[in-house]
Design a protein. Sequence first.
Length: 255
Amino acid sequence: MAFFALISNNIHAQSLVVNAVTREFDLQIIYRSDNCLIGFYKHQNDSTAIMQRTEIIRQDPYTVLHIGSHPNADYSPEFSELCETILGPFALMRWHQNEQNLDIACDPLGQHQFYYVGNADNFVCASDAAFIAACKVTSIKLNKNALACWLAGQPNPSISMYEDIAILPMAYRLRLEKNGKIRLHKFWDIDPNQRKLGLSDQEYAKAFNAVLTQAVNDHIASNSTVIASQMSGGMDSSSITALATSHQHRLSNQL
């Protein structure tokens, strides 16, 4: 699933970007104004459906695109609260029409990602850098530091492969304000004080199994009938695959 937002100073700047990107991508617009476009996209060579496992929440004056599993049926208008309460992997994008600001965020562990770039006329954010490159709003130059990390076998998830295209850091949310200023806010981190002390080995094993099982279940979309597991045969991937298999069997789904 891929979606994007385009914030432009005027309709002419918006049209130039749309004309450029639609040479490579098909768009499905779910919100349009003179200065904002929000929607889904897929490459023209991709035959899959353009929308999958995504919820569109329209609460005037909000428009929210959402991938993930929220524990409650009622969605809070506070974007920061959404980031902190959605379970498992997620991607969020919200446009506030009255305040003219855009909020985006992804899950803390980076299963979903957002890339973004801005110039004097446009701000574009999208699920992958290829879409932004097709928008023609910036020059495309390879980031040598990012490439060096990959070649060394230690890729840095906070560095984009392109110099002028930024990647939203894991566990951060971004707000683009009306004046064009970008603000980053960290919404999650590991809490070193949240620990269990004084348990027996059996109690630690039981507690760990409960936490790991819940984490695996949270990362499987509720409407996924088939999931895949990349297993190396080691302790970590084997444990996750076994728990995912158990979860799917309970739902009569496939792994």
